[in-house]
Structures are given as C-alpha cells and as structure tokens.
Design a protein around this ligand. Structure first.
Ligand code: CP
Length: 316
C-alpha cells in the first residue's frame, strides 16, 4: 500500500511505546490509517493484507475498547485471530507469563497484542520471543495505540496536530494514556498542559517539557482540546482525594462549565467514562465530544500498526 510519506516502514519490529517512535513514523501510521479508514467506509470492509498471519490477543487485564478494536482490525485485515484472557486461563494455576506466551507461540503465532498490569511486561516479552509484540497497555506506563488514535482523532478533526493546545485532565499519576499522549503530542508539535489535583500530578511531570495547573478553568480556557481521563481507582492504594463527589465538584467537566468558557473546545475521553465523576453526560453526549469518533478511528489506526509491523516480515 502506498503512503504519502517517504518512510515506508516502522523501524522496530515491535510497538512498545510512543517514546520509541519518531514523528515520521507516527505520520506514516496516520497516512496508512487514512487509507484503512476509507476501506472501513466501503460496503465490503475487509482486505486480504494479513492473510496467513496469525495474531494472539493476550489480555492479562480487563478491556472492552482495546481488545475489541484490535480483534476487529485484525479480522478486517483477514488475519487469523486467537484470544486469550488470563482470568479464564492456566495463569490461574500458576503458569508464568513467558510459559503462557511460549505455549501460544508454539502454535505458530506471528504477532502478540498484550495488555498487562505490570509496566514493562511487553518489553520483557519482546526480548524473549520471536514474534512482533504490540503493547495494548502496560500498567501505569504506556498505551501507545490509544495515544495514536487520540492524536489521529485530533488530526482528523483539525487537519493537523502541530500548534494545537491540548489539556490532559484528571488522574495523570496512574494513567498510561497520559504519558503516551504527552509523547505523541510533543513529537507532532502540539502544546500540552496537564491538570488535576496536586496528589494526582506526578512531581516529574513538568520535566517532560509540559506545563501543569491545578485549576481546571485555566486549563479549559487555554486549550483547543481537552482529553479528560478517568480516576483509576483500581490503581490507587491510598486515598488521593476525599471523595469522588468532591473530585467531581472541583474537576468534573459539565455543560455549565463549558458554556462559561469564552470559546468552544473539543472534548476527548479514552474510555471507559465514569459518568458524573470526571465527565457529565451533558458533555459526553454533546456536539463538543468526539469520544465515539476516537473509538471509530481506533480500528483504522490499529489496522495501520498491524499492517506496518507485519509488512516487515511479509510483503502485504
Ligand atoms: N481506552 C481503553 O484502553 O479502554 P479499555 O480498557 O476498555 O480497553
């Protein structure tokens, strides 16, 4: 498949994080996703690009969007797909991560899409197995395809990412989406501001070259796009704020707050949404939100990633 950029392939055989990608590689993924988006709008949404490629979706943590989106992307590309969920597997009998994956690979699998609660788990895997590894979210570390679909959604809406002001609001401390988005937005030339309670902003965050504020009104007045993140209660061992009700009062985004700004802004959310906590339904379901466009774009972006990685070993 021809692309508009000079670069024709990704440098690494794996997609482990946005930190490792160049701006040119992200643009190659976007231009490839543009073409797959066109395919997805055809009456017949399937292409034979990954015929004879077998992909295992190996999820050690819960997922709705990422898992379904990868599976659909793989099937649209005509790959053979197997799904593994740790909660119903022999992991429950004490099997290790490496044994689990090596057993799956012994069945001749070419690519592994993995979500794991431990930061670095996909990196560990990529050093020990002979298959492409795609990180579908590793603990609080990175979620590269989420950041690619988020920035692709900004590019789709505005025509470019460079120069856009993007506020990332909420639980930055426990969010893999935040870190991957910061890397992707910076590489593409956007300005980034993070906003949340002091207890949920890591001390190192401004060392990444971005600004931070505790004031949500300041963040929303500054930005073109606000990416609102979920409070990750499952990752919080201690209380970082008094109650969800208080969080919602100070950091919840609602229609009244948006109406009081002096300009319209675009609202994004990676999902799952905790309605009434970080985002009210009167915004999540409004014309300001592109949340379902993000999900739609996710399939095309993941098709692009799978296609470009598989193309390193198979002429598609
Ligand atoms: N955005 C995201 O990763 O959602 P899931 O946890 O449902 O995959």
């Amino acid at each position: 498949m021809a692309t508009d950029t000079a670069l024709q392939t990704l440098k690494s055989p794996h997609l482990l994080g946005i930190k490792d990608l160049s701006a040119e590689e992200i643009q190659l993924i976007f231009s490839t996703a543009d073409q797959f988006k066109e395919v997805l709008n055809r009456p017949i949404k399937k292409v034979p690009s990954l015929r004879d490629i077998t992909i295992a979706n190996v999820f050690f943590e819960n997922s709705t969007r990422t898992r379904l989106s990868f599976e659909l992307a793989e099937k649209r590309l005509s790959a053979d797909v197997v799904n593994f969920s740790s909660s119903s597997s022999s992991v429950k009998k004490g099997e290790t991560l490496l044994d689990t994956v090596n057993n799956i690979l012994a069945m001749k699998v070419d690519m592994v899409v993995m979500r794991h609660a431990s930061p670095g788990a996909p990196h560990f895997l990529s050093r020990h197995i002979d298959a492409h590894v795609i990180n579908a979210g590793d603990g609080t570390h990175e979620h590269p395809t989420q950041a690619l679909l988020d920035t692709y959604s900004i590019y789709s809406k505005f025509g470019e990412v460079a120069g856009k002001k993007v506020a990332i609001v909420g639980d930055i401390m426990h969010s893999r989406v935040a870190l991957s988005n910061i890397f992707a937005l910076q590489k593409l030339g956007a300005e980034v501001l993070v906003c949340g309670p002091a207890t949920l902003l890591p001390k190192y965050i401004t060392q990444l070259g971005i600004n931070a504020t505790l004031d949500i009104r300041e963040a929303l007045e500054w930005c073109d796009v606000a990416n609102i993140l979920r409070i990750q209660l499952e990752r919080q061992q201690v209380k970082y704020f008094p109650s969800l009700r208080e969080y919602s009062l100070y950091y919840g985004v609602n229609r009244e707050l948006l109406n009081s700004l002096n300009k319209p802004i675009t609202i994004m959310h990676p999902g799952p949404i905790n309605r009434g906590v970080e985002l009210n339904s009167d915004v999540a379901d409004s014309e300001h939100a592109i949340i379902l466009e993000q999900v739609e774009n996710g399939v095309a972006v993941r098709m692009a990633v799978l296609y470009l990685l598989a193309g390193q070993t198979k002429s598609a």
